[in-house]
Design a protein around this ligand. Structure first.
Ligand code: NAD
Length: 302
């Protein structure tokens, strides 16, 4: 089950057939079709951002209806404008993932526009310099509000949207949620205590919700997470590169040294895993957290 397996006589073994769960056969054409998102609607929180903006573009290129939910509408608009012409449809909704009323409004707008919601990507999240230890800020002095901000944005911002969108999925008895975790979830990184703890909680919640929705509502509702390694984006540029020279900081150098593939990730590196987890190609996969990290999490350093 769930494995690639040649069938037929010896002469026929070149015809690759994929056996999927529930005893259904899927040929290569069907595999390709799994990545055609025509008539499928994907909501992406933080869709105006660097990583999730790239995901939104890829989904639109696969013909999805893409709802870009972001606090910053101007960023969301830029992403929607970058879609290839005649590929996918977009809807922009100003949404605060920490406000359930705002999330509910976005969900209603999506249903009004596209009829239903198939997938949710919980991408809004990130660290904040005020919750980062440094020569000027010790762990003991990080303000409670900064800790709460980072913790809420990453964890609450994933749980609240899952409550609202998960309910629509429970009603239809199908759907896919993809959370965005991080390397921090496997082993905490130095200097960013609240972000590390919050992403570990996102991975834990991914497993919890996968079990809950499958058992209580429908085995056709899946929940997984992607754990990006190190991608040079606006959120971490101040930690990884020197503002004046653009050179790698000692921390940035350490990361590259510890990444067997020897580079930072590019946003496009996330797309294959994202499409796989949102598509029927992963229909027997739920409750996993996939690192996309150039081998960082596998390397002991020796
Ligand atoms: P980004 O800052 O480029 O994008 C985040 C987006 O979220 C922004 O468009 C922002 O406007 C939006 N946002 C912020 N608060 C919001 C709120 N309350 N409601 C709705 N939208 C809100 O970040 P990114 O680097 O593209 O990261 C995307 C996700 O990937 C985050 O969850 C981040 O923690 C995670 N991640 C990033 C990296 C990395 O190296 N950049 C690594 C691991 C995980």
């Amino acid at each position: 089950m769930g494995c690639f397996q040649p069938v037929g006589t010896k002469d026929e073994t070149s015809r690759i057939v994929v056996f999927l769960g529930r005893n259904c056969e899927m040929n290569l054409q069907a595999v390709t079709k799994a990545y055609d998102f025509t008539d499928r609607t994907v909501a992406i929180t933080g869709g105006g951002g660097v990583l999730c903006g790239e995901m939104a573009r890829a989904l639109a290129a696969c013909n999805a209806n893409v709802a870009i939910l972001d606090l910053d509408v101007s960023l969301a608009e830029k992403v929607a404008k970058s879609f290839e012409p005649n590929r996918g449809k977009s809807l922009i909704q100003q949404t605060d993932v920490l406000n359930k009323v705002s999330i509910q409004k976005a969900a209603e707008e999506i249903v009004k526009t596209f009829g239903h919601i198939d997938c949710l990507v919980n991408g809004a999240g990130g660290n904040n310099p005020k919750a980062t230890t440094s020569a000027d800020l010790s762990f003991f002095d990080i303000p409670a509000e900064a800790l709460q901000f980072v913790s809420n944005l990453n964890l609450q911002g994933t749980i609240l949207t899952s409550q609202v969108f998960g309910k629509y999925m429970a009603q239809r008895k199908e759907g896919v949620i993809l959370n965005v975790s991080s390397m921090n979830a496997f082993r905490p990184l130095t200097r960013i205590p609240a972000y590390s703890a919050a992403k570990a909680a996102v991975s834990n919640f991914t497993q919890w919700l996968a079990v809950h929705l499958a058992q209580e509502y429908s085995p056709r509702i899946r929940v997984n997470a992607i754990a990006p390694g190190f991608f040079l984006t606006e959120q971490n540029r101040f930690l990884l590169t020197d503002k004046a020279t653009g050179e790698l900081t000692p921390r940035g150098k350490k990361i590259i040294e510890h990444t067997p593939m020897g580079r930072f990730g590019a946003p496009a590196d996330l797309l294959g895993t994202m499409l796989w987890l949102l598509s029927p190609a992963s229909e027997f996969v739920t409750g996993i957290v996939v690192p996309v990290d150039g081998g960082f999490s596998a390397y002991s350093g020796v």
